[in-house]
Design a protein around this ligand. Structure first.
Ligand code: B16
Ligand code: MG
Length: 210
């Protein structure tokens, strides 16, 4: 029985992939490192510093920790400029309808995101008071596919892992849900994962599982 639904943020509630892509591209171009949409796909659900390490795999240079921190900060500043244009109109189709339905059925609502910009984004799109629990990149030390983010959401919600359904757009996120012992609903890229419990094109399809 589903007692809680845990939403990933980027790619599930709002689509900021292109902002991440443009911001990382800005850094890669400046450093002369090859970066394309295929590499960008590997960054879904992955923390900022781990994303940078994936991008730097294509460089011949050996970067110092100090340089990496500078790149990550610059990327985040470019990304932050893009984010400022976000409004509630950017909430992905089906999300508001699903939230209303879950609230009507007394199902608890959580967010489990790798992003350190999570609370800022929820505020910009007007969903900062919607969820019972929000755990993000600031609260965890191990990023997806580790289960830490989802473990913490379930613990704070006071529900058992097997009572949770995670909604994810990233393969790493589906793996994190499996590692946490939770059910999962896969969207977009995450549908490639054979580990997903359910797959769909719009989160409102979850209504038929309740
Ligand atoms: P930030 P999610 C993830 O969010 C993104 O999918 C991933 O591309 C990004 O690198 C990560 O957040 C860290 O984001 O730089 O804002 O801390 O999908 O787990 O909600
Ligand atoms: Mg995501």
């Amino acid at each position: 029985m589903i007692k809680a639904v845990i939403f990933d943020l980027d790619g599930v509630i709002v689509s900021t992939d292109n902002f991440h892509y443009q911001a990382w591209k800005h850094i890669a171009d400046k450093e002369g490192i090859h970066f394309d949409e295929l590499i960008n796909n590997r960054l879904r659900g992955v923390s900022r510093m781990d994303s940078l390490d994936i991008i730097l795999e294509n460089s011949h240079k050996k970067y110092k920790e100090m340089d990496k921190i500078r790149f990550a900060n610059e990327k985040n500043s470019v990304y932050g400029d893009f984010l400022s244009s976000l409004t509630s109109n950017d909430i992905l189709p089906g999300v508001k309808e699903l939230i209303a339905l879950l609230k009507a059925k007394d199902i608890r609502l959580g967010v489990g995101s790798s992003s350190r910009n999570c609370k800022k984004i929820l505020t910009l799109i007007g969903l900062h008071e919607t969820f019972d629990v929000v755990i993000d990149g600031n609260d965890i030390s191990r990023s997806k596919p580790d289960s830490e983010v989802f473990d913490k959401v379930a613990k704070k919600l006071g529900v058992e892992p097997e009572e949770c359904l995670v909604i994810e757009d990233a393969i790493a996120g589906i793996e994190a849900a499996v590692n946490a012992g939770m059910m999962s609903f896969a969207l977009n890229d995450a549908k490639k994962s054979p580990l997903a419990t359910y797959k769909g094109n719009n989160v409102i399809e979850i209504a038929s599982l309740l």
